[in-house]
Design a protein around this ligand. Structure first.
Ligand SMILES: Nc1ncnc2c1ncn2[C@@H]1O[C@H](COP(=O)(O)OP(=O)(O)O)[C@@H](O)[C@H]1O
Ligand SMILES: [Mg+2]
Length: 226
């Protein structure tokens, strides 16, 4: 059995900048296996979000390749790409991106409804995930009635409800105070242990990075493992 979830090979990303070009990534290689926890740290503007967007199939590299579940993303049409992303990946961002007019339960159920799961089953699975992130009692609250940490826990439940092999998280605790950040981080690592979901976390919190199995630093377009 091949247990590689994600493989990136020789990723180069250049942005058009006025007359010239800005090379943000200069040949990044990265492998994530089932159940891994990996952190990417790096200065602001070093290209962390750019890299995560390439890995998640939200943007395409100038050169190099990304494969998810052994399937190279290049050459897939939108439908094929969507299918791979839905099957393998969950996403968590710095800002939760919850839908304000829906309850916590409805927000978590949304990815399942989009997949045309029966509403009763979607709600049942969403309730189970909310319970796993410790928010069973907040199921009927809308995002505005939740604290920052609770909102981020709902976002994590939403990312996990489809049972992805890998969650890509872009500064998931960047908008939280230190204590809440610790709790959210603890939760993610706990879910990794219990569910076996691999985590790739972009963070500039070195304490968080220190708790991951592998740590990478993005610097001058290259990823260094330390
Ligand atoms: N769509 C874009 N077009 C042009 N330049 C971009 C674009 N996205 C990001 N950049 C530039 O690429 C560099 C890396 O950005 P980003 O990946 O957001 O860094 P980080 O997430 O590490 O803070 C920055 O200099 C940024 O201005
Ligand atoms: Mg960023």
């Amino acid at each position: 059995m091949n247990d590689t979830v994600l493989a990136a090979d020789g990723l180069i990303k250049r942005y058009q900048e006025g007359q010239g070009e800005l090379e943000v990534l200069s040949g990044v290689n990265l492998t994530v296996r089932r159940g891994d926890t990996a952190a990417i740290v790096g200065a602001s503007g070093s290209g962390k979000s750019t890299l995560l967007n390439l890995l998640g199939g939200l943007d395409t590299p100038s050169e190099g390749s990304v494969a998810i579940g052994g399937q190279p993303l290049a050459g897939l049409n939108d439908r094929g790409l969507g299918r791979i992303r839905n099957h393998y990946l969950g996403f968590v961002y710095q800002f939760h991106h919850l839908l304000p007019e829906f309850t916590a339960l409805e927000n978590v159920a949304m990815p399942l409804l989009i997949r045309r799961l029966r509403p009763a089953e979607a709600r049942e699975r969403a309730a189970r995930l909310l319970d796993q992130v410790g928010l069973a009692a907040r199921a009927t609250h809308k995002p505005a009635m939740l604290s920052g940490g609770e909102r981020q826990r709902v976002a994590i439940a939403r990312a996990l409800v489809t049972d992805p092999a890998l969650v890509l998280a872009d500064e998931p605790t960047g908008n939280l105070d230190e204590r809440t950040a610790d709790q959210v981080q603890e939760l993610m690592l706990d879910l990794n242990q219990r569910l076996g979901t691999a985590l790739l976390i972009v963070t500039h919190d070195h304490r968080i990075a220190g708790r991951c199995q592998t740590r990478h630093e993005l610097h001058e377009g290259l990823l260094r493992t330390f």
